[in-house]
Design a protein around this ligand. Structure first.
Ligand code: C5P
Length: 364
């Protein structure tokens, strides 16, 4: 519908279309095109160009420019809903996401072909806003507030003993840093760990018990993002002995426990103070996928990141993590990676969520 001439006339810029045009190559050349820009935007990005990008093809000017570029790339998908939902397109999108390509849209609605679903190109002003946001700070989560929980909790039995678990806090701290690196204003609520405060402007609140963690999280509301990465102790001693408990002649000892409040479920409850995006974690020893799905529904969070903590796959204290990512209808197996890398991928996913959301709101 739109000819190169109309784009050239309106933009007052030269339009390049042909990889093998002698004129274009002498005037600009695809390598300069790919380098002399701050951002490449593919809009509309058809299923075809997405597939070619995912596979590194370079068979026309657009795909060659993208492949030859060292600049950030943003794509605005537009296609028939079945094409968008096709497993091949979704796998290609995942590949591009893993390469830090920004995916903006698509919107839902009526297509040119008359079908209804996901696949509409976002409105031009919405794409323009996404580009402006990208450049406004280079920090897509600027202006967003995040609360991250991390580490174990310790539930005191007496002044010297406590109930706790083996969480090191490495994954939660890495998530706080990754969100801060993307510009979020982060409060990290952490149980006792051997880790230093992460810095980067992150407000770190050190607590010991689950109740204190809940209190600090609630005090830090309102927030746009809540990530519950802490391994909160499910039970606390029913009674606290204010003096050190003495060994008696009994060979057995019974400790009565009471259930702790569930911080994730509490903050996931619908209401005006519910963070816009709530992400839970699940460490499972068996049936990771089935248990994680059930947990996502039970806790009321939006996303869940699950990992297996079986003896064959130690996670507590390790630097690597292999996780499954669940949102309402999807499950993805992320490759085993450093906890920093997993955190970065999650933070990018969160930034994409807010961009799509901002863009969606602007479109409405
Ligand atoms: O139920 P489970 O402990 O396996 O759920 C794990 C998720 O719930 C994690 O995100 C953890 O931070 C959160 N959680 C919580 N408060 C609890 C128990 C778990 O926020 N008391």
């Amino acid at each position: 519908f739109v000819t190169p001439l109309s784009v050239a006339a309106l933009s007052e810029e030269q339009v390049y279309t042909d990889l093998f045009s002698l004129k274009d190559e002498t005037e600009m050349g695809h390598i300069r095109l790919s380098r002399e820009c701050d951002l490449i935007v593919a809009a509309p990005a058809s299923a075809n160009i997405i597939a070619r990008m995912a596979n590194g093809l370079a068979d026309d000017l657009a795909s060659t420019t993208i492949l030859a570029s060292d600049k950030p790339v943003m794509i605005c998908p537009a296609m028939n809903p079945q094409m968008w939902e096709n497993a091949a397109t979704q796998a290609n999108i995942e590949t591009l996401r893993a390469r830090d390509i920004h995916i903006i849209g698509p919107a839902a609605g009526e297509m040119a072909c008359g079908e209804i679903g996901h696949g509409r190109l976002l409105e031009p002003d919405v794409i323009h806003k996404a580009i402006a946001d990208f450049f406004s700070t280079g920090k897509p989560l600027a202006g967003r507030k995040a609360i991250v929980t991390s580490g174990p909790t310790q539930e005191p039995i007496d002044p010297v003993r406590f109930v706790a678990n083996r969480s090191s806090g490495k994954q939660g701290h890495a998530i706080a840093r990754a969100l801060a690196a993307l510009g979020a204003d982060v409060t990290l609520v952490t149980g006792p760990t051997a880790l230093p405060d992460p810095g980067q402007g992150i407000k770190t609140v050190r607590i010991e018990t689950a109740r204190e963690m809940l209190e600090s999280c609630e005090k830090s509301l309102p927030a746009d993002i809540f990530v519950a990465a802490a391994a909160v102790a499910d039970w606390a001693p029913l009674e606290y002995a204010s003096s050190k408990m003495k060994k008696t002649s009994d060979t057995a000892m019974t400790l009565s426990l009471t259930q702790n409040p569930d911080i994730l479920s509490t903050l996931s409850k619908p209401g005006p103070r519910r963070p816009h995006l709530v992400v839970g974690f699940a460490a499972e020893t068996d049936d990771v996928i089935a248990n994680a799905r059930a947990k996502l529904a039970r806790k009321g969070c939006d996303w869940l990141v699950a990992n297996s903590v079986s003896a064959a796959n130690p996670v507590f204290g390790a630097d690597q993590n292999q996780v499954y990512f669940f949102s309402s209808g999807t499950m993805e197996e992320w490759p085993k990676a450093g906890k920093d890398e997993v955190a970065k991928n999650l933070a990018i996913r969160i930034a994409d969520f807010f961009h799509c959301d901002t863009v969606k709101n602007a479109a409405e």
